[in-house]
Design a protein around this ligand. Structure first.
Ligand code: ADP
Ligand code: MG
Length: 652
């Protein structure tokens, strides 16, 4: 066979190829020996099903033989790693298929440049070369046409340009005229002959004897064996020359280029299936929006609760009658008395002491009457609980001592009895038969806590003697002076009260412990609801994986084409992974926008809820949507990268 002095470019020895078909194996190629030298034009002929395409796929490094050896340019192809195998395909071979195998989403230039993308060529030189090749093949005015806008002959010329993109040292054409009309066939054959004259090695599969007549060497295959070989012409090896190839870039530049191209491919694919991409994103959008909203709602309500607690006073310990909060006997315990308050006031840890009694009474002013909460307190009470004086003043020690019939009211009470916004100081309210003079109006420092009722505050001495008639207090608030430890003060108060009363008929409430309890309660709630939102996010991620897996199946042929022109497995993985991450990331952006927009809308409609968006939760949302993209995109991406190109290309 090899008659020339030059070593063969392609050297195949004892190759067989068999496929498993159920329980049995079909042997398609049997014991093939073949040498092809650089610059040859070889026609492979044979009946349909004789194994021509199988041989071509092995020669073009799309498929590996079951046994036997294949040397290309002296290198043992069988020993190559998958990436080196892809490199061989990319650098040395150009495939031309019967059905063109162009990528439908890309225009002519986009299709032709694909092999150079995987070779890592820069965008501009690559596109310039693609345009130049297309121009040389008579498609200068079809550069931005998509395959569906081109005739069969034009599509096949685009695929020839693609085969030449990286040099096309060996062009493998598998029945290239099979789908063309007579005129286009003739043009294509002329083109291949021209390429052969320029030095390309051309192997062409055909069962058309007219095509074969142009070839300088004809090989005939029947039932997986070479039955005839006209042999290499003695003198054509010397002319072989490789066509000019685009200049290769460095490895780092090449990786960056490939990554950028994978990104733009992912964008193209997403734009080509806008509706599906959006529906895929929907799960992520809803998931991210609900996580961000729930976290914002959680921290918003926590802030609100903390504000409300601040109206309880800071550093305050409250002594209450009874054995615990809400105990049933509390009302009957009458041992907490004003002298307890006086004793507490003498302690050095007490910055302020506010005894309190409460009663409810019907309050009347002229023809208006309403029931109100009457609190008997001392003047310190208002500072202790961060009330702000809106009008007039609050009562002082003299009022306490003289049992003054004066009252401080809140704004609701003012509005209930007097003209809204009017200054009621000096006006007289009647509590049953007792007349009291309004001397001030106050407003709670924080938001009101619990259902608001009408509040009237009076000196506790006045309430005890003239309104309720009781001689005991319901609580004593003690503000702890700065520099004193709350826990220690609490113990001291407890000891003092115990020594005065002899029995534990009181309990202490610490504003800090209430704050902690409420804060941890809202935090627990937030974590709980956020967990539910995270579940919805995971469901969204599974949705993305599902669609991506479908997309891999749908785009099998595209993946096959990319592998055939030299994509590495990592290129295919990157493309699908980036697509999944992009879907999730865009979904994340839309989700955050939806959450903030929805939160603003809800905020303008009602002030019941408070949303507090934190940068942290938004950053976390982007990170988690990216992570979901990587996590759920990995499986489909790997499935795509592991497709067998030969099987993938034969898909419709
Ligand atoms: P040709 O191109 O000469 O028409 P092929 O090389 O495509 O023939 O196929 C040769 C034989 O191998 C056919 O009978 C085909 O059914 C079989 N064949 C090809 N690929 C596979 C495969 N992946 N699995 C099983 N059988 C296959
Ligand atoms: Mg075939």
């Amino acid at each position: 066979m090899d008659t020339g002095a030059q070593p063969p470019l392609i050297s195949v020895r004892g190759i067989t190829r068999s496929f498993a078909a159920g329980a049995e194996t079909i042997t398609v190629l049997r014991d093939i020996d073949l040498d092809i030298r650089a610059g040859e034009l070889v026609a492979i002929m044979g009946a349909s099903g004789s194994g021509k395409s199988t041989l071509m796929n092995i020669l073009g490094c799309l498929d590996r033989p079951s046994s036997g050896s294949y040397h290309f340019g002296g290198r043992d192809v069988g020993a190559l790693e998958p990436d080196e195998y892809a490199g061989l395909r990319r650098e040395h071979f150009g495939f031309i298929f019967q059905r063109y195998q162009l990528l439908g989403d890309l225009d002519a230039v986009g299709n032709v440049e694909v092999p150079a993308i995987y070779a890592g060529a820069g965008r501009e030189p690559r596109r310039a070369r693609a345009r130049e090749l297309l121009g040389r093949l008579g498609l200068a005015d079809r550069l931005d046409h998509r395959p569906s806008e081109l005739s069969g002959g034009q599509q096949q010329r685009v695929s020839v340009a693609r085969a030449l993109m990286n040099g096309g040292e060996v062009i493998l054409a598998d029945e290239p005229t099979g789908a063309l009309d007579t005129k286009s066939s003739a043009e294509l054959i002329a083109l291949l002959l021209e390429l052969h004259r320029q030095g390309h090695t051309i192997i062409i599969v055909t069962h058309d004897p007219k095509v074969a007549a142009h070839a300088h060497r004809t090989i005939e295959i029947s039932d997986g064996r070479i039955v005839a070989d006209s042999g290499s012409p003695p003198d054509n090896g010397g002319r072989a020359a490789r066509a000019a190839t685009p200049r290769r870039a460095g490895a780092a530049f090449s990786a960056a280029t490939r990554l950028r191209e994978a990104l733009s491919m992912a964008l193209i694919a997403m734009m080509a299936h806008r509706m599906r991409s959006f529906l895929t994103m929907l799960g992520i959008i809803i998931g991210i929006a609900s996580v961000v909203l729930v976290v914002a709602l959680g921290s918003g309500s926590q802030e609100k609760v903390l504000e409300n607690i601040s109206s309880l006073g800071t550093n305050t310990i409250t002594v209450r009658a009874g054995s615990g909060f809400g105990a049933r006997n509390a009302g009957r315990i009458e041992t907490l008395v004003p002298s307890d308050a006086a004793a507490l006031a003498l302690q050095d840890y007490a910055a302020g002491v506010s005894p309190a009694v409460s009663a409810s009474a019907t309050v009347r002013h002229g023809a208006t009457s309403a029931s109100a909460q009457i609190s008997g307190v001392s003047g310190e009470y208002f500072a202790l609980h961060s009330y702000v004086t809106v009008a007039g003043s609050i009562f002082d020690a003299a009022d306490i001592a003289t049992l003054s019939q004066v009252a401080v009211i809140d704004e609701d009470t003012r509005d209930a009895f007097f003209e809204r916004g009017a200054d009621p100081t000096g006006e007289v309210l009647h509590l049953g038969q007792v007349p009291v003079r309004v001397i001030g109006v106050v407003r709670a420092g924080g938001a009101s806590f619990g259902p608001s009722s009408l509040n009237v505050w009076m000196p506790y001495t006045t309430v005890m003697s003239r309104v309720s008639g009781q001689r005991h207090l319901s609580s004593i608030g003690v503000q702890i002076a700065d520099g004193h430890d709350m826990a220690q003060a609490q113990q001291q108060i407890s000891a003092l009260m115990l020594s005065r009363h002899g029995v534990q008929d009181f309990f202490l409430q610490n504003s800090d412990t209430i704050r902690e309890t409420l804060t941890s309660t809202t935090r627990t709630m937030t974590v709980l609801v956020a967990a539910i939102a995270v579940i919805s996010l995971i469901v969204g991620g599974i949705g993305v994986m599902n669609i991506m897996l479908v997309s891999v199946t749908e785009r099998t042929r595209e993946i096959g084409v990319r592998i055939a022109v030299g994509a590495r497995r990592s290129d295919i993985t990157a493309q699908f992974l980036i697509e999944a991450v992009l879907v999730c990331l865009i979904g994340g952006v839309l989700g955050v926008a939806l959450a903030i927009g929805g939160g603003m809308l809800a905020g303008s409609l009602t002030d019941v809820m408070r949303l507090s968006f934190s940068t942290l939760s938004i950053v976390a949302a982007f990170l988690s949507s990216t992570a979901i993209g990587v996590m759920f995109g990995f499986l489909p991406a790997r499935a795509a990268a592991q497709l067998d190109p030969v099987v993938a290309l034969s898909r419709d």
